[in-house]
Design a protein around this ligand. Structure first.
Ligand SMILES: NC(=O)c1ccc[n+]([C@@H]2O[C@H](COP(=O)([O-])OP(=O)(O)OC[C@H]3O[C@@H](n4cnc5c(N)ncnc54)[C@H](OP(=O)(O)O)[C@@H]3O)[C@@H](O)[C@H]2O)c1
Length: 288
C-alpha cells in the first residue's frame, strides 16, 4: 500500500522509514528541501508539493511541530483530502484533536488522531505504543498498515482521547523522571553514581506499578482503606526525604511539593486512609 507522510522532522522521517521497512511504498513531502534525501535513496517517492503528496495515497500521515502548522498546511487541501484517511500524529491537546476531527468530518475526510508513545528510535518496534482515537472505520481499515509503526492501541471514537491519554502519560513520565533525578542527586551526594543507583530504582518502579493497580479500584469506588500504608506513615517517610535532601544541600522543592497534599489530607482527618485518598485533592485543589 502507498502511504503519504507529510513532515520529515525527526519523527516523520522515522515514520516514513518504518513504512518502507515494512514493504510499503511511501510518498514523502517536507516544507524545507533536503530532509527527504535518505528516504528517497531507500525508495520513497518525493512529492513536489503537499497537494501532490496527499493525492498519491489513500492514507495520509501528518507529523508536524504543532496543530497550527497542520491547519496552515492542510486547510487549503480539503479537496485533495476528501475521501482519504488523515492520521494526525502531531502532538496536541484533546480540544485541538476534537476540532480537527470536526473539521475533517465537515470535508468528508476520514480522521484518526494519534499519539506516539516513543522517541524516533523506537518507531517500528511492536514494544512501543501508538494511541489512536477517532473514526473506527478508518482504524479498522488501516490498522494493519499502522501496526508497522508500533503497537496500535484503539481508544475509541472520540478523537480527543488519544491526546488526553498522551498528556496524562507524559505528565506521569515527567513526575517519574523528576523523582528519579531527586534520587540520583540524593544518593550521588554520598558517592553513588547514577548507573549504580538506577538498576535498584528500576526494581522499585516495578513495585510502584503494583501500588497503582491496588489504588485504581479504590479511586473508582471512592473508598480508601489504609490497610497497606496510611497517609500518616507516608508523611513520616517524606520528612526523611526532606531532611536528607536539605542535609546534602539539594533542591528540596520537589519533596516539599509532594509533602503538601499529605499534610492537607492528614490535617483534614484522613491520616488513616491509603495514598489513593489524595485523588480528592487533585480533583478539588481548593476545598472550601
Ligand atoms: N521527537 C519525539 O521524540 C516525539 C515523540 C512523540 C511525539 N512527537 C511529536 O511529533 C511531532 C514532530 O516532532 P519532531 O520531533 O519530528 O519535530 P521536528 O524534528 O522539529 O520536525 C518538525 C516538522 O514540522 C515541520 N513544520 C513545522 N512547521 C511547519 C509548517 N508551518 N508547515 C509545514 N511543515 C512545518 C518541519 O518542517 P521543516 O523541516 O520545514 O522545518 C518539520 O518537518 C511533534 O508534534 C512532536 O510533539 C515527537
Amino acid at each position: 500500500m502507498n502511504v503519504t507522510v507529510l513532515g520529515l522532522g525527526s519523527m516523520g522521517t522515522a515514520l516514513a522509514g518504518a513504512f518502507l521497512d515494512a514493504g510499503h511504498t511511501a510518498t514523502v513531502w517536507n516544507r524545507s528541501a533536503g530532509k527527504d534525501e535518505a528516504l528517497v535513496a531507500r525508495g520513497a517517492e518525493r512529492a513536489a508539493t503537499a497537494a501532490d503528496a496527499v493525492g498519491a495515497s489513500p492514507l495520509v500521515v501528518v507529523c508536524l511541530s504543532d496543530d497550527d502548522a497542520v491547519h496552515h498546511l492542510l486547510g487549503p487541501l480539503t479537496d485533495e483530502l476528501r475521501g482519504r484517511t488523515l492520521v494526525n500524529l502531531t502532538s496536541g491537546t484533546p480540544e485541538q484533536a476534537r476540532e480537527s476531527a470536526a473539521w475533517a468530518a465537515s470535508h468528508g475526510i476520514g480522521y484518526l488522531d494519534g499519539a506516539i508513545m516513543s522517541t524516533p528510535p523506537g518507531i517500528g518496534s511492536s514494544a512501543i505504543m501508538l494511541l489512536y482515537s477517532g473514526s473506527s472505520e478508518a482504524f479498522a481499515e488501516h490498522r494493519e498498515v499502522l501496526a508497522c509503526l508500533g503497537d496500535p492501541v484503539d481508544l475509541g471514537d472520540d478523537a480527543g482521547v488519544a491526546s488526553l491519554y498522551d498528556t496524562a502519560l507524559l505528565g506521569m513520565m515527567w513526575a517519574t523522571l523528576a523523582g528519579w533525578l531527586q534520587g540520583v542527586a540524593l544518593t550521588g551526594a554520598d558517592g553513588v553514581d547514577a548507573r549504580t543507583f538506577t538498576p535498584v530504582a528500576l526494581r522499585w518502579t516495578a513495585a510502584v506499578n503494583t501500588f497503582m493497580s491496588t489504588y485504581a479500584p479504590q479511586i473508582d469506588a471512592g473508598v480508601y482503606p489504609g490497610d497497606d500504608a496510611t497517609l500518616a506513615v507516608h508523611l513520616g517517610a517524606l520528612e526523611h526525604l526532606l531532611h536528607a535532601s536539605a542535609a546534602r544541600g539539594l533542591d528540596a522543592r520537589l519533596p516539599q511539593l509532594l509533602k503538601a497534599p499529605f499534610e492537607a489530607a492528614v490535617a483534614a482527618g484522613h491520616g488513616a486512609d491509603s495514598y489513593a485518598r489524595l485523588i480528592e485533592g487533585v480533583r478539588a485543589p481548593h476545598p472550601a
